[in-house]
Design a protein around this ligand. Structure first.
Ligand code: M6R
Length: 614
């Protein structure tokens, strides 16, 4: 995820763009860049790091000009450095492009362009766009907007782009597909373009939200024109912005955590985009393909992580053992490194980390590497330390997670592990073709099912209101729902400061049952599947001691409904995929309880997003 902003009009573009980039910095802060058109010169400045690094540098240069484009980057392809920063510029220096999204087929396009003499400066997927546009201008002898349209016909993936050209000083061309883009219509015949309305709102409230596959041409003489990729003219629906600046910074949500919870249909899809094909019946994880044979031959896999990422590892253990029949050991990174673990060159150690910077996980990986093990990483932050020290890995592509409580990063990690388990199972032949096909089909449907759960938010908030003053809470689950119970308990304790414990449902009778009284809420994942009847018995045991049951059940359930105090239905899915759905209502419950208790949801006390000390 990146932030893009652009301006064309009579004002100086630089201050508008820099301020806009600062507002969009939550979308990514690996690097920032700007291109300004001043008297026929296109001046491009790019800097690794935050927007302030860019402004410190740019302000020593020429920042004049009445049109320009700016970008704040969350790296996907290529390290976060100056060269990979946007804008990307054509070889002759005439055209610059900023892009938010992923061009999935950039590799064959790049190869083709190289074979035709184009040279590339960066490792990004985006650079193909500027060369494609340049190529269309030269080969097809068309104008800028038509060149953009023709270029976009070649690409597969997600994009929001803005293009600036020396030869079209009165024009900016923008387009979107799957990544957001807003056009602001200024009162002086000027125009603003941005990923969201945050950079625009202080200048105008008149905006047009572009739809997928639409191209906006903003021209100082001709105004705004919208066409689609098929070259049909579209109507620009002008809307009045009603939101406050503060709220827009969180995309209209009260907290980053809530926004990130609601982003999960998209983040899960982004995670499996290009890695799953239901029609053709395959799953692939390109980042670890060189180590696939080693994974297939492995006697055991060791997975290490901390906190929420450790819970994702536990889900992975259930999935990989069940589907691919490979032994998995899950370790707390902090324990692993200090207990003289037995590891050698035959072992594969997989680290999970949202930030890719967690000190305990880094240290455990370093130890494993020193003993000759193969080390793999599953990280969210591109170019992070863990992604750099590992032999190979897969990114989760969840986008920046700003709320300290991990939500969308967890479901993205579980998605990658599901893909890994399926890939290994497929290659080993440990599941039937029919079962493989049925699970990938279900996985493809998960984003839509998550969306259906999110629509129950109001009802979940009402349940939260009943239990907001609890002193303790228990979370129970069996099989791969046990780690979901652990994760539910962690979410509640870290943001609401209510003491909460997660347990395998059957373990309750070996101790925690002593805690049950009429005060304690017990959250139980009781979806249909192998252990359903056993979980129902565990619920009865709680009810017999007057505990309150809040059960997550499969749609249409009748048995648990009769005994539970509250039920939250989730859509039916393959048993292996239940963690991806059952987690969502638990995130929302914790969120609402935290808000009702007046806690700082996004920055809970004593915590930090990235734990870089041991
Ligand atoms: O960045 P990491 O995934 O390595 O972070 C590990 C934990 O610090 C993290 O998962 C933490 O438990 C969560 N923020 C809790 O929601």
């Amino acid at each position: 995820m990146c932030g893009i902003v652009a301006y064309i009009g009579k004002k100086e573009a630089y201050p508008i763009i820099i301020k806009g980039l600062q507002r969009l910095e939550y979308r990514g802060y690996d690097s920032a860049g700007i291109a300004l058109l001043d008297n026929g010169e296109l001046n491009v400045y790019k800097k690794q790091g935050k927007v302030s690094m860019l402004s410190n540098y740019a302000e020593t240069q020429n920042t004049k000009g009445n049109s320009g484009i700016g970008h704040t980057r969350w790296a996907t392809h290529g390290l976060p450095n100056d060269v990979n920063s946007h804008p990307h510029t054509s070889t002759n220096g005439d055209i610059s492009v900023i892009h938010n999204g992923i061009i999935e087929n950039y590799a064959p396009i790049k190869a083709e362009l190289i074979s035709r003499g184009y040279t590339f400066q960066s490792e990004t997927d985006t650079e193909v766009l500027v060369h494609l546009i340049d190529d269309a201008l030269k080969q097809e002898k068309v104008n800028l907007s038509e060149a953009v349209r023709l270029a976009l016909q070649n690409v597969v993936g997600a994009y929001a782009i803005v293009v600036i050209s020396k030869d079209y000083p009165n024009q900016l061309v923008a387009a979107r597909k799957s990544s957001p883009l807003v056009v602001g219509i200024g009162s002086e015949g000027d125009f603003y373009l941005a990923s969201d309305a945050t950079p625009i709102i202080e200048y105008t409230k008149q905006v047009v939200y572009l739809n997928d596959e639409e191209i906006a041409i903003v021209d100082l003489n001709e105004g705004l024109k919208i066409i689609n990729i098929a070259n049909q003219e579209k109507t620009a629906y002008v809307q009045e912005l009603e939101m406050h600046l503060e709220a827009l910074e969180k995309g209209g949500y009260e907290h980053f955590m809530l926004k990130e919870i609601h982003e999960q249909p998209r983040s899960i899809r982004d995670c499996f985009r290009g890695r799953l094909n239901v029609e053709e019946g395959w799953v692939a994880l390109g980042g670890i393909k060189d180590y696939e044979q080693k994974l297939l031959n492995a006697q055991r896999l060791i997975m290490i992580a901390c906190g929420t990422s450790w819970h994702a590892c536990l889900v992975g253990e259930y999935l990989i053992e069940d589907l691919a029949r490979i032994n998995v050991e899950v370790e707390y990174a902090s324990e692993f490194r200090y207990r003289n673990p037995i590891i050698n060159e035959n072992d594969i150690v997989i680290a999970l980390s949202q930030s890719g910077e967690t000190a305990d996980t880094m240290a455990a990986l370093t130890l494993a590497k020193s003993k000759g093990a193969t080390i793999l990483g599953i990280c969210n932050v591109v170019g992070s330390s863990i992604s750099r020290i590992t032999d190979a890995g897969s990114y989760t592509h969840a986008g920046p997670e700003i709320g300290v409580a991990s939500t969308k990063a967890f479901t993205a990690q579980v998605t990658v592990l599901t893909l890994l388990a399926l890939r290994l199972a497929y290659k080993k032949g440990t599941i039937t073709r029919k079962k493989f096909q049925s699970i990938i089909q279900e996985l493809d449907a998960i984003p839509e099912k998550v969306q259906r759960i999110l629509e129950k938010d109001k009802m979940i908030e009402e349940i939260a209101a009943v239990y907001k003053d609890s002193k303790n809470a228990l979370y129970l689950g069996r099989g791969s729902s046990f780690p979901v119970a652990l994760e539910g308990a962690l979410k509640l304790k870290e943001i609401s400061y209510i003491h909460a414990e997660g347990y395998p449902a059957a373990e309750m009778k070996h101790g925690p049952i002593a805690l049950i009284d009429e005060e304690i809420p017990v959250f139980v994942i009781a979806t249909k599947g192998t252990s359903y009847e056993k979980v129902v018995s565990n619920i009865q045991e709680v009810k017999a001691r007057k505990g309150k049951i809040i059960a997550i059940v499969t749609e249409g359930d009748t048995q648990v409904k009769e005994i539970a105090d509250h039920v939250i239905e989730i859509p039916d899915t393959d048993e292996n995929l239940v963690p991806l759905l059952a987690t969502i209502p638990l995130q929302l419950l914790s969120y609402h309880i935290s808000v009702m208790r007046g806690c700082n949801v996004d920055q809970p006390r004593n915590l930090a997003k990235s734990v870089t000390v041991e």
